[in-house]
Design a protein around this ligand. Structure first.
Ligand SMILES: [Zn+2]
Length: 182
């Protein structure tokens, strides 16, 4: 198992057998590839509706002011970022390339800041960029989630045996599981 910056929370998620959390951690690691190949998986409902548990606030404030309904569907999260790039993407502080967040955290208190956490697909910079407008982020994502909830309801009515995939299935599908990144 990799010992990267997500290693500790991965151990917790494994102990808790929390699949949506484990899906989220894999998304954190491979987000750039998942974003860039959106067209290859977005029409597969089992991938679109992969459940992610993405923490949007501090542990201590859990349940107080989440930025969106958690778990969130992978497709909803990615589509929302791609459709509202002005809000949900930023320029890499090192090289200026566009960065796509694998996670964002919001602080409704004070200035209403939002941290976009990302890795730069061009230069490898990793960190977060601060933006403002917590309320806009929240309402945008809320609208996206509502639309997708309706789509899923309709789809499940027609396909009662439907089950969403796990993130490992998508990575296998994209043949992007690394052999060994050390
Ligand atoms: Zn960069």
């Amino acid at each position: 198992m990799e010992k990267d910056r997500f290693h500790v929370q991965e151990q917790f998620a494994l102990e808790m057998k929390d699949e949506a959390w484990l899906n989220a951690i894999l998304f954190y690691r491979y987000a750039n590839e998942i974003y860039s190949r959106f067209d290859e998986w977005k029409d597969e409902k089992r991938f679109y509706f992969i459940k992610l548990k993405i923490r949007t606030i501090d542990f201590a404030r859990e349940g107080e002011f989440p930025m969106f309904k958690d778990p969130v569907y992978l497709g909803s999260f990615v589509r929302n970022v791609l459709e509202y790039e002005d809000y949900f993407t930023a320029a890499c502080p090192d090289c200026g390339h566009k960065i796509y967040p694998y996670r964002y955290r919001g602080f409704p208190y004070g200035g209403g800041n939002v941290e976009l956490h990302a890795s730069c697909p061009s230069c490898g910079w990793t960190g977060h960029v601060n933006k403002s407008g917590w309320g806009i982020y929240r309402s945008t994502m809320e609208a996206t989630q509502k639309t997708d909830d309706v789509h899923l309801m309709i789809y499940e009515r027609a396909n009662p045996d439907f089950k969403p995939a796990q993130m490992t299935d998508l990575l296998e599908y994209l043949s992007s599981l690394p052999v060994n990144e050390g």
